[in-house]
Design a protein around this ligand. Structure first.
Ligand code: LLP
Length: 405
């Protein structure tokens, strides 16, 4: 259970000192998921590039940098934050379907390991940026392997007809073009099939297609050194990551002994179990046949339940009153879709009582907004048995208008 990383005594202290809502992360939970990846992939010795989009808070992702991991970034802003968090430029890869010329130039000036390009037009733009900087751009292509990972449609990315990647046919054309360009150096190929993928099968299928493609390219004299199999390994809400050994075995089955260096981009699986959202009860009420707990966190803080129908376990910090009942836990935002949980089985919390929403370490704060002019939450990191520190202060009302002219 994740609660062993988040003792009620420390959560209460954090809430008192930092206020609520507050994201609370556990350094030891985060490091444990990282260790689990390292162990499972030991024989393959891949480069792990932590997907910053899952949680780009410096205080947390610097722990990944400290473990020798690289970073997978999808914007100039993430690249900036990755460098600040201590990731080595040569271990950063730059992905994303719409990188601007300025972002490509920033990546090349930084000296990233490679750029995962997603269209011919982007490759031309990359070539131009390399010419402006008088260097050669390390190029990898995101290839759409047309594999169905059986996950939510909003987080399925590797089927033809999605906006991501290029087909194998298009990729072949682009690599042949790149091989003839003095400003481009083809170094790798990547796929990413989706997020919350719980089976190794679609990975094995996509990896097999990628490896066959890489071999064919080699017969044309184009030798790619890196195969990047994306992220997306699933983790159940409320639990630690399941052993990624089956994922490693799928990759090993295809790439072992090929001399190709493997790159893996885990995001959610390391970050989600490592964080929770701590919120306070404001009011309780009944509406029709439903019991509501109205808390001070809302969809602007944590949008996963509203956007994906994700179901995150919630528990009271401290005892509740009376028998267990089904509650909808909702926030103050003026939308019916503003809920953190529907039908959670809980005892009644006291007014002001704390609640924890688990598995909120990934795509929680990083997807938060100021909707309804709600200042964004604070973030705290538990560093030891009874030690913690604030890693991001709560926004103020002043922050809401700070950029207005
Ligand atoms: N690499 C690339 C190129 C990606 O697009 C993604 C996620 C990852 C790695 C990391 O995937 P992960 O290991 O975190 O599943 N906001 C959604 C998830 C969107 C994932 C998009 N791409 C959610 O909260 O479920």
């Amino acid at each position: 259970m994740l609660s062993r990383y988040f003792k009620p005594s420390i959560l209460k202290k954090i809430a008192e000192s930092a206020g609520t809502p507050v994201y609370v992360y556990s350094a030891s939970a985060f490091l444990r998921q990282i260790a689990s990846y390292k162990k499972a992939f030991r024989a393959l010795d891949p480069l792990f590039c932590y997907a910053m989009k899952a949680n780009s808070s410096g205080g947390l992702c610097s722990l990944a940098a400290g473990e020798g991991w690289g970073a997978d970034v999808v914007s100039g802003g993430e690249l900036y934050r990755a460098l600040k968090a201590g990731f080595k430029p040569g271990k950063i890869i730059f992905s994303g379907v719409g990188k601007t010329p300025a972002e490509l130039e920033y990546a090349l000036r930084t000296g990233v390991l490679f750029v995962n390009a997603e269209s011919f037009e982007e490759v031309i733009e990359l070539e131009r940026a390399a010419a402006r900087l008088n260097l050669r751009a390390p190029l990898s292509l995101r290839i759409n392997p047309d594999v169905d990972p059986h996950t939510h449609k909003y987080i399925t990315t590797g089927r033809l007809g999605s906006k991501f990647g290029v087909s194998f046919k298009e990729a072949r054309k682009i690599y042949l073009y790149a091989a003839g360009s003095k400003r481009l150096q083809p170094v790798g190929a990547q796929f990413h099939i989706g997020s919350q993928v719980h089976s190794p099968r679609p990975y094995a299928m996509a990896a097999g297609r990628l490896a066959a493609f890489i071999l064919k390219l080699a017969s044309r004299g184009i030798n790619l050194g890196y195969a990047d199999i994306g992220g997306g390994w699933g983790v159940k809400e409320g639990a630690e990551m399941a052993d990624p050994a089956p994922l490693a075995a799928a990759a090993a089955g295809v790439f072992s002994g090929t001399g190709i260096k493997l790159v893996v981009e885990p995001g959610r699986s390391v970050a989600a179990p490592s964080g929770l959202l701590l919120t306070r009860t404001i009011y309780r009420k009944r509406g029709g046949h439903k019991n509501f707990i109205i808390v001070d966190a809302a969809m602007n803080d944590f949008i996963r339940p509203a956007l994906y129908g994700a179901s995150h376990p919630v528990s009271l910090i401290g005892p509740g009153r009376g028998p267990q009942k089904l509650y909808d836990i909702v926030g103050p935002v003026c939308e019916s879709g503003d809920f953190l949980a529907e039908g959670a089985l809980l005892r009644e919390p006291a007014s002001g009582q704390l609640l924890a929403v688990y598995s909120a370490g990934a795509y929680g704060f990083s997807m938060s907004s100021q909707y309804n002019s709600r200042p964004r939450a604070a973030e705290a990191l538990i560093t030891g048995a009874s030690s913690w520190r604030l890693i991001r202060r709560r926004e103020t009302y002043k922050d809401l208008t700070a950029n207005e002219l």
